[in-house]
Design a protein around this ligand. Structure first.
Ligand SMILES: *[C@@H]1O[C@H](CO)[C@@H](O)[C@H](O)[C@H]1NC(C)=O
Ligand SMILES: *[C@@H]1O[C@H](CO)[C@@H](O)[C@H](O)[C@H]1NC(C)=O
Ligand SMILES: *[C@@H]1O[C@H](CO)[C@@H](O)[C@H](O)[C@H]1NC(C)=O
Ligand SMILES: *[C@@H]1O[C@H](CO)[C@@H](O)[C@H](O)[C@H]1NC(C)=O
Ligand SMILES: *[C@@H]1O[C@H](CO)[C@@H](O)[C@H](O)[C@H]1NC(C)=O
Ligand SMILES: [Fe+2]
Length: 469
């Protein structure tokens, strides 16, 4: 009997050892690190006299025209623009093929930053628009008028197809221009951009040269005057510069880019939500307090239970600093926010989280690290079909260049990673399926370098990992 006992203990030990070996295999056996070889050259900012920065001709002509969603449902649009010579009119004139011309009035603001004084920044919200309708609009009334158009989203509902573009950390280099061009010419045809933060990179220039905010506004106008970009604040929006006497964070960003935060009962423009077609989009701020008792924490705690998946099956979260990132850049910067909110994301079955910040591309499997507490030692992310896929898309092309240094070996949770500039699209087909594709700038416009069929976590919570199949 004693002998039997020993051999069964040996057998148990073998099982334990095997178990450790197997779990190590899971830990170390990562997904794909792309072998794509790009030209390694520094990203270079486009010079001030570039075509993309041209000031529109005419006295007091509106420039830097941009739009974003103006309410929670997509029936309002915030139109913003800058005039230089004088304030001029805050009126937006707009119409569709089915409606007469209407006017909406907004407000004008300016700000100073060190020795820079902004132009006249106008924000006008137009409301009560019809869904799924093309509207034309005119700004610059009384001086030089400029006309643009946009298409409102379809009415919010569970099976409404819709295609989002994804861009992050764009900046204004030649590579940024390639990223934007690829997005525009992608046959997948994004209808609105989910922008995951870091817009102009003005702050990395001497005195945070705010002229770079103006050039960025002119550069991106060709897209954002025609379709809404949903904004997320990144670290390059903070513009905290006590050495210049600038101690109010986010000053240029909040003056230039308005978001409809009050419509989702948020108390600050850095965290808010919008519904668009079949998606519920929650924008979070990596650079505003998110700990227990803070405004953002209280808001998110009330916000997640509000999401009605029968109305909006797709739950998408945007933030700047990624929680899961296996590059040697900004490593673990997202960790404290992950500790605060990851259990909520799993509980409420977030479909996908998009982040930027790391200037490269990475997509994870559905994983979570919610079992971990500071005493149990269970600190390895595990496969979790209730967890989101985490995508880092900070590869817009800014001056700081690519993040090429990766942790080795590739962690098991990392499904695909590559240090190339690019953008992505998230193409919702219906309540169960969405097609996601990442595009690198070196390829043709229609080529997806990484792709995945997303199965909705609420309606079709079937394993959609790309390695298990
Ligand atoms: C930016 O891209 C556009 C569209 O491809 C092109 O017309 C323009 O010349 C480019 N500008 C620069 C400075 O690269
Ligand atoms: C702001 O100050 C810097 C030097 O500190 C100078 O180079 C720049 O021309 C000034 N800009 C304006 C608008 O005065
Ligand atoms: C959720 O949305 C569905 C579809 O629009 C609606 O019928 C239902 O009443 C909503 N549920 C709640 C709790 O609001
Ligand atoms: C990559 O990052 C690691 C960790 O920060 C560092 O030790 C290593 O020297 C870096 N390698 C290169 C080639 O920069
Ligand atoms: C949802 O879209 C997917 C992908 O296009 C398709 O295969 C599936 O049949 C669609 N479901 C329904 C109910 O139409
Ligand atoms: Fe960043």
């Amino acid at each position: 009997m004693a002998k039997m006992g020993t051999s069964s203990r040996v057998a148990a030990a073998i099982v334990v050892v095997l178990g450790i070996v197997l779990s190590l295999a899971v830990v170390c056996n990562g997904g794909k690190t792309s072998s794509f070889v790009r030209k390694v050259e520094k990203a270079v900012d486009m010079p001030l006299d570039s075509d993309v920065f041209k000031v529109p001709p005419g006295y007091n002509a509106p420039q830097q025209v941009h739009i974003t969603q103006g309410d929670q449902l997509g029936k309002a649009v915030i139109v913003s623009w800058v005039t230089v010579e004088e304030p001029g009119s805050n009126t937006v004139l707009y119409w569709s093929a089915y409606s007469k011309k209407q006017k909406s009035e907004g407000k004008v603001t300016t700000y100073k930053f060190y020795n820079y004084t902004s132009g006249y920044i106008h924000h006008t919200t137009i409301r009560n628009l019809k869904f799924n309708t093309k509207y034309y609009y005119v700004v610059g009334i009384g001086h030089t008028e400029r006309q643009f158009w946009f298409i409102t989203p379809p009415e919010v509902g569970p099976d409404v197809p819709y295609t989002f573009g994804l861009i992050g950390d764009l900046g204004q280099s030649f590579d940024s221009n390639k990223t934007l061009t690829h997005y525009e010419l992608n046959p997948q045809k994004g209808q609105a951009v989910l922008f995951v933060g870091d817009l102009s990179y003005a702050d990395i220039h001497p005195n945070h040269d705010n002229v770079k905010w103006d050039t960025w506004g002119r550069f991106t106008e060709r897209s954002v005057a025609y379709q809404p970009w949903i904004w997320t604040a990144g670290n390059h929006e903070i513009d905290f510069a006590p050495e210049l006497g600038e101690t109010k964070p986010f000053k240029p960003y909040t003056h230039r880019y308005h978001v409809p935060y009050k419509a989702s009962q948020s108390t600050a423009p850095f965290w808010y939500s919008v519904k668009r077609a079949s998606a519920y989009i929650i924008v979070l701020s990596s650079y505003s307090a998110y700990g227990k008792y803070t405004p953002q924490n209280q808001w998110l705690g009330k916000e997640l239970p509000k999401v009605n998946r029968s109305e909006t099956p797709w739950l998408i979260v945007l933030m700047h600093s990624p929680w899961y990132n296996s590059y040697n850049y900004h490593y673990m910067e997202g960790e404290t926010m992950r500790v605060m909110y990851e259990t909520w994301f799993v509980k409420y079955k977030v479909d996908v989280v998009f982040a930027g910040h790391v200037h490269a591309y990475e997509r994870t499997e559905r994983i979570s690290n919610v079992a971990y507490n500071i005493v149990n030692g269970i600190c390895i992310p595990v496969k979790d079909q209730s967890a989101p896929v985490y995508i880092t898309i900070g590869d817009g092309g800014n001056l700081e260049g690519l993040a090429t240094n990766m942790t080795e070996p590739q962690p098991a949770y990392s499904a695909y990673r590559e240090a190339s500039f690019g953008h992505a699209t998230f193409d919702i087909k219906n309540r169960t399926h969405a097609y996601y594709g990442w595009h690198r700038n070196q390829d043709g416009y229609a080529v997806t370098a990484d792709s995945m069929w997303f199965f909705n976590r609420y309606y079709h919570p079937v394993d959609d990992s790309t390695s298990a199949q």
